[in-house]
Design a protein around this ligand. Structure first.
Ligand SMILES: O=C(CO)COP(=O)(O)O
Length: 270
């Protein structure tokens, strides 16, 4: 049924960005869990992750642990440092203590608004791995680069830089998300072929560096205006292993639909 590739479990991750207070966060997880349980969602077949703001992680963790929900949780960022005088930073150790399974690194909004470059993204990715949290490494080109036709080379370059110093045995913990900047929050979704082109190139560069076995196991997600109406077409592509979802993950019905993409029709326009 749900899984299309035995070697990679699809992953649907909801990046809530800077939305919701702690009570709204708890309500959203409760509703999402209720819908998925009602539909007998197989969490082993499609992994479901929510990524709240730092201030909401503890509340979400308490709910998930208390009700033994199969939904996993994570964070949207972490410090490259482990401890000490870094005012405002949140360490991987702190997130691990709160049961975070995943953490986003290198999101384009952090690259843009906080001037995070490849060096800092690499340091954050390494910090996540040190603390046993799976990094979701975000990469993707802006509209100018896409118009110049350099999107593959640009995105693959970001992957290579972010993975500097990472060992092959660590790669099973790394998730890579292709999020073209022009498709984020714009309603302008990449076509399934666009997503496949870059996700396949990302897998190839991982293979060139770490070997084909490692590349076969690495999950590559697509992100950018994913909705229940377009997810099935994107997931039908062989190198797309899931989605990193922004706006649509704030609506429990919509996000549950995305998690159950295999029930949805592939629309011709998607
Ligand atoms: O940035 C994203 C997820 O990290 C995508 O956001 P949207 O789904 O709102 O376009």
């Amino acid at each position: 049924m749900a899984t299309k590739r035995a070697e990679r479990t699809p992953l649907m991750a909801g990046n809530w960005k800077m939305n919701l207070d702690h009570r709204e966060a708890v309500h959203l997880v409760q509703k999402l869990a209720w819908i998925l349980q009602d539909k007998k969602h197989d969490f082993d077949a499609v992994e479901v992750v929510v990524l709240p703001s730092f201030t909401n992680i503890r509340s979400v963790q308490t709910l998930i642990d208390g009700d033994r929900l199969r939904i996993r949780h994570g964070a949207q960022d972490l410090s490259p440092h482990d401890k000490g005088a870094y005012t405002g930073d949140v360490s991987g150790a702190m997130l691990a203590k709160l049961g975070c399974s995943y953490v986003v690194v290198g999101h384009s909004e952090r690259r843009q608004h906080h001037r995070e470059d490849d060096t800092i993204v690499n340091a954050k990715l390494q910090a996540a791995l040190r603390h046993g949290i799976r990094p979701i490494l975000c990469v993707g080109e802006g509209l100018d680069v896409r118009k110049e036709g350099r999107h593959v080379e640009y995105t693959v370059g970001q992957v290579q830089a972010a993975l500097d110093g990472v060992k092959a045995e660590q790669m099973s913990d790394v998730v890579i998300a292709y999020e073209p900047v022009w498709a984020i929050g714009t309603g302008e979704v990449a076509t399934p072929d666009d997503a496949q082109e870059v996700c396949a190139a990302i897998r190839k560069v991982v293979g060139d560096r770490f070997g084909d076995d490692v590349a076969r196991g690495v999950r590559v997600l697509y992100g950018g205006s994913v909705k229940a109406s377009n997810v099935a077409g994107i997931m039908a592509k062989p190198d797309v292993d899931g989605a990193l979802v922004g706006g649509a993950s704030l609506d429990p019905e919509e996000f549950a639909g995305i998690c159950r993409y295999y029930d949805l029709p592939i629309l011709p326009s998607a």
